[in-house]
Design a protein around this ligand. Structure first.
Ligand code: ADP
Length: 414
């Protein structure tokens, strides 16, 4: 049986879905992660502890492992492991995207630079050091703008500023996030802040699988809640998109141009775009699949999960269908109403009972701290819906969300 190495950071939501897909496929999966304690949960499968933060070291460890137990493919799950998957695949001569392309998708400044040089629509942007004088930088800025860290995810540290005072405050707030202990592994990326012109418009997310350079659309999601800042907490995604067919085509075309600009040619991509009267703008393009537990809303062909498509593609196994099921579907990343300790969640049964709701999952344990954006980046939970129309799927998510009530107690400071 072919052996596949799945690189999964300890913080990933995706462990069980990828392992279930591997199980369904009958492939021999080894989980590579950064902490032994997490690995032990999967003790029956093979596990290996790797340095996920340092691609050079992680690659050496993977090459050494593969000498004993040859690998047929390496799949990086989540942003933290995509670069290592590419560098280790290159070292072992396995099919892979160019490590430079994947690295550019991981660094918002490199990404913006490559796009601006290659032609896709791009906002004006500039790179500041966390040590720069924010007041002076604000004087040279046009507004509104968006300040963001280079390599964080889930909108962590992404802040809109409408004037100089907002700019200075956002700059300081992002600086503090970049000094948090869990961000230390970012290295140089923790030393800089990217500033971009704010792009108005409606936002969509495009999920696709690149096969030999061809972009296959898996799903286009509308984001019906306005995302106008100052923070950009994700909420509802609904597919299929209700945008006009021509607009949808232009979104796919612009994403294809961005993919070509980066030089990505195989594997999953997840893009966020904004659309306004000038057309679609790529906000972000990641060489990975959709985050959180959102992939659970997608099924392909006869009910195949997204993770199985990704594993099949990585192993060169046949893929029966890349067509998403016909039924409209939606997912809500439950917003965090305030910071504190989660003491209880009420209304789960009512939420699960709403017509169209398939699943309600709370992903923060009772007793744990919850933090809203821009500092926080973990989702409170997820609601999943299926219905006859996208409107009905969206309505079911809103109705189920309204049933939920979260007891959040202020955390003791200090
Ligand atoms: P992350 O990788 O943390 O999700 P993004 O760069 O994708 O960071 O930004 C998160 C969200 O912030 C986007 O989905 C979008 O809603 C908003 N955003 C980011 N940059 C811009 C911009 N230049 N103009 C308007 N909105 C933006």
């Amino acid at each position: 049986m072919e052996r596949l190495l799945l690189l999964i950071p300890t913080t990933s939501y995706r462990v069980s879905d990828f392992l279930a897909a591997a199980d369904e496929l009958g492939v021999d999966v080894v989980v590579g992660s950064n902490e032994r304690s997490v690995l032990e949960e999967f003790a029956d499968g093979g596990t290996v502890t790797l340095d996920l933060a340092d691609p050079a070291k992680g690659t050496e460890e993977i090459v050494a492992y593969a000498r004993e137990r040859p690998l047929a493919a390496i799949v990086g799950v989540d942003d933290e492991t995509t670069v290592l998957a590419a560098t280790a695949s290159a070292a072992l001569d396995l099919p892979h995207n160019a490590p430079e392309s994947v690295a550019a998708a991981r660094d918002k400044f490199r990404f913006r630079t490559m796009l601006a040089n290659a032609g896709p629509r791009s906002p004006a942007f500039r790179l500041l050091s966390v040590d720069d004088d924010a007041r002076r930088a604000a004087r040279e800025q046009t507004f509104p703008c968006v300040l963001k860290p280079l390599s964080l995810a889930a909108s962590r540290g992404v802040i809109r500023a409408d004037d100089a005072a907002g700019f200075v405050a956002a700059f300081a707030r992002i600086g503090a996030i970049l000094r948090s202990p869990d961000v230390a592994g970012l290295g140089d990326a923790a030393e800089a802040i990217l500033v971009e012109d704010y792009i108005p418009g409606v936002e969509v997310a495009l999920e696709a699988l690149l096969v030999g350079g061809r972009l296959n659309v898996l799903a286009l999601f509308d984001k019906p809640d306005p995302l106008e800042g100052p923070f950009f907490e994700e909420t509802i995604y609904v597919t299929p998109s209700r945008l006009a067919a021509a607009t949808q085509e232009s979104i796919v075309a612009e994403t294809t141009r961005a993919v070509a600009a980066l030089g990505l040619h195989d594997g999953p991509v997840h893009a966020e775009l904004r659309v306004n009267d000038r057309g679609p703008w790529v906000i972000e393009l990641a060489a990975r699949s959709i985050g959180g537990l959102c992939s659970r809303v997608l099924r392909f062909g006869a009910g195949v999960r997204l993770e199985e498509l990704i594993l099949r593609h990585a192993l060169g196994l046949p893929i029966e269908s890349l067509e998403r099921e016909q039924r409209p579907a939606g997912v809500m990343m439950i917003p965090t109403p305030k910071a504190g300790i989660l003491r209880a969640v009420h209304g789960l049964d009512e939420a699960r009972g709403v017509a169209g709701i398939d699943e309600v999952t709370i992903s923060i344990a009772i007793g744990r701290e919850v933090i809203p954006p821009p500092e926080g980046y973990r989702y409170l939970g997820f609601l999943f819906a299926r219905a006859d129309t996208p409107e009905a799927a969206e309505a079911a998510l809103r109705e189920a969300h309204a049933c939920l009530d979260f007891d959040i107690e202020p955390a003791e400071s200090g």
